[in-house]
Design a protein around this ligand. Structure first.
Ligand code: ZN
Length: 476
């Protein structure tokens, strides 16, 4: 082989190993200062002179524009000679000015998000950060942004830590040692999709068929632990398996954080407790920690099935608005009725059909009907696009409208299921259609304005009439 070819191969190998297009993030858990942690972010190796560091305003699975940048403090940029570069913050973007030398890295502090904003700008705790001496919940939109142009490039996350802390979650670990962990994400969307819980290891796992489910718990007061939760999650996932089979292809993590209620103040005691968020290979649950908790964890029957069924929609079956998610500026899909309403319907259905679960669909439907009738008579597709427009001044009406996706959306899903069963002589369920579409569209998307048409294509053309009447505009 000629010499220059070896040289090219060497350069290629060097580039791959060192990840020339990789953004590197370093966090030292030993440097927790009150509720703040120091973060260093190294940009990809590039000749770029002016960098823009974008911090999200919204993340998948949430329907509010959030001022996440408020949790980033004392942002400073340094060049390779150690001199500080000028930075200008414009909204959620940090502009880094050109200096004598190229940018070496950014340094800043991240402040725990738990209760750090007004209630109408509240970061869902399951989607936020919690920092204590012995526990750290990381949702990465609150840890680092991305350099403009590198959102779809890899990220390397390095944690330095005390030896008894274990990082649990679906983020891919490259190295784990007693004092140093290194993780990798293929792009920013994957990083945000894979939160981590660092705490003294309290984990458990179980297997159903070929599928492994991991559990990680942190209970601030110590009332709950992974082995206590495990039987409930096993019971729930057995019910899911019987109902629909499993759809996730890798280990699935249940991350549960139980907070000491005494730490929560004001309105957050009312509005901030009890939340959960879905991801492709995990779901995060935030609850209060108290002595007389339900030992059967019946509250998980609904919420854990709901979060798991999100792996159908929107996590896999979705439109371009989710597939190529715009973190910088909210751009809502019009199909929240599918993402939340249908998901909640599937959860209600499995809870009703499985003897081992507790919720009653008829009880839910009575409530849902009353709730839906009180809301604005607006099409579900219009409501989806509108939901992001409201914030501070109409926060409460926004919350009520959002709730309608779980109520009216669930009733509409029930209606679709009944129509399909009737038209197919009992052969076709909504679940069957969704699972087929999910398989066909894995790794792809359906254009936002064509989703209803596709649904009609996969079921019956006559369903367009139902969609037009109860959901929104059908294009053809
Ligand atoms: Zn949901």
């Amino acid at each position: 082989m000629p010499k220059h070819c070896w040289f090219v191969c060497f350069l290629l190998a060097y580039g791959l190993c060192n990840g020339q297009d990789t953004t590197r993030v370093e966090i030292d858990l030993k440097l927790l200062d009150g509720e703040r942690l120091k973060v260093k972010v190294y940009p990809p190796a590039d000749t770029e002179q002016k960098w823009k560091f974008v911090i999200p305003q919204i993340i998948p699975g949430t329907y509010m524009k959030i001022n996440y940048v408020r949790s980033y403090r004392k942002i400073a940029a340094y060049d390779h000679a150690g001199a500080q570069l000028k930075t200008v913050k414009k909204g959620n973007v940090i502009h880094i000015r050109q200096g004598a030398h190229p940018l070496s890295h950014l340094e800043y502090e991240i402040e725990q998000s738990l209760g750090n904003g007004p209630v109408w700008d509240n970061i869902l705790t399951c989607a936020g950060t919690i920092f204590t001496d012995s526990s750290y919940l990381f949702n990465f939109q609150l840890v680092n942004g991305y350099f403009e142009g590198y959102r779809k490039k890899p990220f390397k996350i390095i944690f330095t830590k005390e030896k008894d802390l274990y990082g649990a979650g679906s983020l891919k670990a490259i190295t784990r040692t007693s004092q140093y962990d290194e993780f990798h994400a293929t792009d920013y969307a994957e990083l945000v999709d894979r939160p981590l819980l660092y705490a003294t290891a309290d984990t458990s796992s179980f297997q159903i068929k070929d599928h492994r489910f991991q559990i990680a718990v942190h209970s601030e007061l110590g009332y709950v632990n992974a082995s206590k939760v495990k039987p409930a999650l096993q019971r729930i996932m057995h019910a899911v398996d019987t109902f629909s089979g499993f759809i996730t292809s890798e280990d699935y993590y249940f991350i549960l954080y139980y907070v000491n209620m005494d730490r929560i103040k004001g309105l957050f005691k009312t509005f901030g407790l009890g939340s959960a968020l879905e991801h492709n290979a995990s779901s995060v649950y935030y609850n209060s920690d108290y002595a007389n908790y339900d030992t059967l964890f019946r509250n998980l029957d609904w919420i854990a099935t709901h979060e798991y069924f999100h792996t159908i929609a929107p996590l896999t079956l979705h439109t371009e608005k989710i597939h190529d998610f715009n973190f910088a500026r909210p751009d809502m899909s019009r199909h929240l009725w599918l993402y939340e309403g249908v998901t909640d319907y599937l959860s209600a259905l499995v809870n009703t059909q499985s003897a081992s679960l507790s919720n009653s669909m008829s009880r839910d439907f009575g409530y849902d009907l009353t709730y839906a009738l009180k809301r604005k008579p607006r099409s579900l597709t219009q409501s989806s696009e509108h939901i992001i427009k409201s914030n501070m001044f109409n926060w409460l009406s926004k919350m009520l409208q959002l709730g309608n996706f779980y109520s009216k959306g669930k009733l509409v899903a029930f209606g679709i299921d009944m129509e399909l069963l009737e038209r197919s002589g009992g052969e076709m369920r909504l679940l069957d259609v969704l699972l087929k579409m999910r398989t066909d569209y894995e790794g792809k998307y359906i254009p936002d304005d064509q989703l209803l048409d596709k649904l009609a294509e996969y079921s019956f053309p006559e369903m367009r009439t139902y969609f037009a009447q109860y959901i929104g505009v059908v294009t053809t």
